[in-house]
Design a protein around this ligand. Structure first.
Ligand code: HEC
Length: 442
């Protein structure tokens, strides 16, 4: 839930991270920094006013460090359970039949900052989503050159990414069936421009309808394998419970599936006051599963609903802009609700999952000013934290988090596994500092 005041919106949890000691220059318009190294940037609410999200306003999510791919010699290898191993040069890809598709890409963790209890991970508010026109070649046409054997039920995508410390490479596997869908692309263009490196250029996967974790950037290697890839970013990260538990409950990884489809969702960008009591409310709406059929708006916190006006841009995978002028009391609550053509309705209550994925509850905006959370400024880090934690990545990674002492304890263990040189005797001081500086529930 958020209030109408734009400045106040930006001091939300995700906004906090821009106020700290680290440098926070975002590489474009309407972007706020989640992390500079690795590069993670979130789109601000103003970005939701465009149908196609400009490349320099489009959110960026990078688990590892951004590579500098050798574009001139770039090639993609296809191997594993194939009839013929092949390597395809970028120049040859570009000679194949080109297609363009408008599609929403949304980070699986978009909205994580709004979950309670809080969990580790980048604290995205709403802006880890955008809509672009992607240009490239059908993945199935490229795969046909190698011929995937029937046993190759999954394809693992590796890339030119650069892990930090002993962090595993970002390798995701997708079911071959989804890879063969005519709208799954190897793309080198974004909104008519060469795909920027930060967005995965020269070539990334475009997987319409699925969350961004499947849209592997800088693809260099495709391996046909019999089962899901057995690595951190498939086995541990990006999984969703098969059966939902109570908020805060842990879930055994064997009771989870990989994150795939994004859910039906509307976002309210910025209600504009037209006259006293009269407000123009608008935003975007999308669903990975089916095109959006309608968006409704309520001025009485969901008791009654009115149909909003949808733009004419109806496509299979893109979002739609919507708006409606409403009369709303000074202390009223605006709510939006999207429904897709499959009858999926944006829920009133958010499902909980331990990693904070696929947030899609009906957005609520309280009219009138409300006090925002306090800002974090000028953080002084003890020397252990400086020397052990602000090396691979900068302090944005820590500033965004809100965790209990137990969660911080686990987080420091994870970092130690990934190469942070924390000695056992140094750990308590680090955990104490982080748990008191960035505690849960604040
Ligand atoms: C050897 C490199 C390295 C060091 C040193 C390091 N980290 Fe990390 N850290 C990573 C990597 C890799 C990620 C994951 C980035 C991603 O997936 O976006 C990460 C992510 C994080 C996150 C985000 C949550 C998550 O798990 O993805 C937090 C919080 C964090 N680190 C805290 C710390 C703290 C505290 C320390 C000091 C004890 C530390 N890091 C030291 C490599 C490091």
């Amino acid at each position: 839930m958020r209030s109408l005041d734009r400045r106040e919106l930006l001091t939300g949890l995700a906004g906090l991270v821009i106020a700290g000691t680290s440098s926070s220059a975002a590489p474009g318009k309407n972007l706020k920094t989640q992390s500079v190294r690795p590069e993670d940037y979130e789109m601000e609410f103003a970005g939701f006013e465009s149908y196609l999200t400009p490349n320099d306003s489009f959110y960026v999510r990078t688990h590892t460090l951004t590579p500098t791919p050798d574009v001139a010699n770039y090639e993609i290898k296809i191997h594993g359970l194939v009839n013929k191993e092949v390597s395809i040069k970028l120049a040859d890809l570009k000679k194949m039949k080109k297609v363009e598709i408008v599609a929403v890409m949304e980070c699986a963790g978009n909205g994580r900052a709004n979950y309670r209890p809080t969990m580790p991970g980048l604290q995205w508010d709403q802006g880890a989503v955008g809509n672009a026109k992607w240009g490239g070649v059908r993945l199935k046409d490229v795969l046909a050159m190698a011929g995937i054997k029937p046993e190759g039920k999954h394809l693992a995508f590796n890339s030119a990414d650069k892990p930090m410390g002993t962090q595993p490479k970002f390798i995701r596997s997708l079911e071959t069936e989804k890879c063969m869908h005519p709208d799954t692309l190897l793309a080198w263009e974004m909104n008519g421009e060469a795909l920027p490196t930060v967005h995965g250029g020269p070539v990334r996967l475009v997987v319409p309808g699925w969350a961004g974790d499947s849209w592997v950037k800088w693809v260099t290697d495709i391996e046909a394998i019999p089962t899901e890839f057995d690595g951190f970013f498939m086995k541990t990260a990006y999984r969703y419970p098969k059966v939902l538990g109570k908020p805060g409950e842990a879930v055994d990884p064997k009771d989870t599936n990989p994150v795939t489809w994004i859910k039906v969702k509307s976002i309210i960008h910025s209600p504009k006051v037209l006259a006293p009591g009269k407000v123009l409310v608008g935003g975007v709406a999308y669903s990975g599963l089916k095109p959006v059929a309608k968006v409704e708006v309520s001025v009485d916190d969901g008791k009654t609903w009115k149909l909003a006006k949808l733009d004419k841009n109806k496509t299979q995978w893109g979002w739609r802009l919507w708006s409606l002028a409403v009369t709303v009391p000074a202390d009223g609550v605006l709510v939006a609700r999207a429904t897709d053509e499959g009858g999926n309705v944006q829920p009133k209550e958010q499902e909980w999952n331990p990693s904070g994925y696929l947030w899609n509850v009906q957005p609520r905006v309280v009219m009138g000013p409300r006090p925002g959370p306090p800002q974090v400024t000028g953080v002084e880090y003890p020397k252990e934290v400086k020397s052990k934690c602000i090396t691979c990545h900068d302090d944005h990674m820590m500033q965004g988090q809100r965790m209990t002492r137990a969660q911080w304890d686990k987080e420091v263990d994870k970092m130690t596994r990934w190469g942070a040189p924390v000695k056992p005797e140094e750990k308590p001081a680090i955990v104490d500092f982080l748990a008191s500086k960035y505690p849960a529930g604040k």
